[in-house]
Structures are given as structure tokens and as C-alpha cells.
Design a binder for this molecule. Structure first.
Ligand SMILES: [Zn+2]
Length: 216
């Protein structure tokens, strides 16, 4: 399991927000639309918080002012990718050479970029261009992704251990008489393990970029 995966098909927008006067107001809808992850580097916002994310204008406001509030031009991006992208727009020459930044609605991201564990590998000239411009493999980001993936592996092991412990407790409960001190002790123990399992599942969900609703 990893949150660091590029989509293998184009995203078709599902949300239909009403018109807003400020582009920032679209942020919440964009968060839902793009499932809490930066469209460029795939970082989930459940790790560092939504305040580290913002609204990206695919076609920059400075050059395409008329699209500043056009929902189709807006994407959900981490502040790092958003500021590195800035007001970039490819020149005619760059476009002719296939050098542009792919987005998940107009392009199949996986045809341009893919993750191998914590690192982004490029699969096309556009992917290489994007990786370079947005500095997708800067050392801090790679180190942070390694940390997330390590924590995810440890949490999954912990989840499996908690589940095994619960099975063992249930097996013991099934062979002892109810309403005894021993049965009560096991029931108590079960509650503790269950609570720990719930915490662990919440952590896994956050590491995968899913809101913590407590379900598996
Ligand atoms: Zn990003």
C-alpha cells in the first residue's frame, strides 16, 4: 500500500460547484474532487494538513486572467508544487517539443510519471520536464516519502498483530464460562486491543490520504 501512485486514467470531474468570486473558495471542492492529494506530486493533505495545500491555476492567472475562476482550470496542489509551478506556461517551442506539465484531467499522469517507492521516475519528455520544473525529487520530499512509507509498513504490521491478538482473545473467551472474573478480564483486554486497532486503522488511513473516519 502506498499513497504515492499516479492515476492510470484521466480524471473526469465529478463536482459541480457554483460560481464563486474568489478562486480560494473552490479549495474545499477541489480537495474532494482530487481526493485529498496534490495532483502533481501525489502528497496527501492528511499528513501535513490542508493549510499546506491550495488552489492551482493550471493556466496561470497572469497569462489567462479570464480563466481565474474557471473550475476546469483549477487543481488541488500542495504549496510546494504550486509555488514552484508559479506562473509557468510552456512556450510554443516547448509545446512543439512535448514539454509541458501534465495534469490529471487532460493527460494520463502515469504515461508521464510513476513512483518507484519514494522516488518519481519519468516516462516521457513532459514527465521529465515536470519533474525538473517542480523538483519532484528534492531531497526533503524523498526523505519525507520514505518516512511515510516506513510508517505505513510498520502500521500495517501492527494492524495485523492487533487482529491476531483479538482472534486469540476471542478463542479464549469462547472456551471459558461467562460471568467469571476471567471472562471479565478477557473482555476488558479485548476493549483495549480494539481501541488500539482503531487508532492504528486511523493512522493507516491518514498515511494513505484518506480522511480518518475510523472504518477499515
Ligand atoms: Zn505537490
Amino acid at each position: 500500500m502506498t499513497p504515492f501512485l499516479y492515476p492510470k486514467s484521466r480524471h473526469i470531474r465529478r463536482e459541480t460547484p457554483r460560481k464563486h468570486q474568489r478562486y480560494q473558495t473552490f479549495k474545499k471542492t477541489l480537495r474532494t474532487e482530487f481526493e485529498n492529494q496534490c495532483v502533481y506530486c501525489r502528497l496527501p493533505d492528511t499528513l501535513k494538513g490542508t493549510e499546506t495545500f491550495g488552489v492551482d491555476h493550471y493556466k496561470p492567472r497572469k497569462l489567462f486572467f479570464e480563466l481565474a475562476l474557471d473550475y476546469e482550470n483549477l487543481f488541488y496542489a500542495c504549496n510546494c508544487c504550486n509555488s514552484r509551478k508559479g506562473a509557468f506556461w510552456p512556450t510554443q517551442d516547448e509545446l512543439a517539443r512535448g514539454l509541458f506539465i501534465p495534469n490529471p484531467c487532460d493527460h494520463v499522469m502515469f504515461e508521464h510519471l510513476k513512483y518507484v517507492e519514494a522516488e518519481v521516475k519519468t516516462k516521457s519528455p513532459a514527465g521529465g520536464f515536470c519533474e525538473d520544473l517542480l523538483d519532484l525529487n528534492d531531497q526533503d520530499s524523498v526523505d519525507y516519502r520514505k518516512f511515510v512509507l516506513g510508517l505505513l509498513t510498520a502500521s500495517i504490521k501492527e494492524r495485523d498483530d492487533f487482529r491476531k491478538t483479538l482472534e486469540l482473545i476471542d478463542a479464549r473467551i469462547s472456551v471459558i464460562e461467562t460471568d467469571t472474573a476471567q471472562a471479565q478480564e478477557h473482555a476488558q483486554q479485548r476493549l483495549v486491543v480494539e481501541a488500539e486497532l482503531k487508532n492504528c486503522l486511523g493512522r493507516i488511513r491518514r498515511l494513505l490520504g484518506k480522511p480518518d473516519d475510523g472504518s477499515d
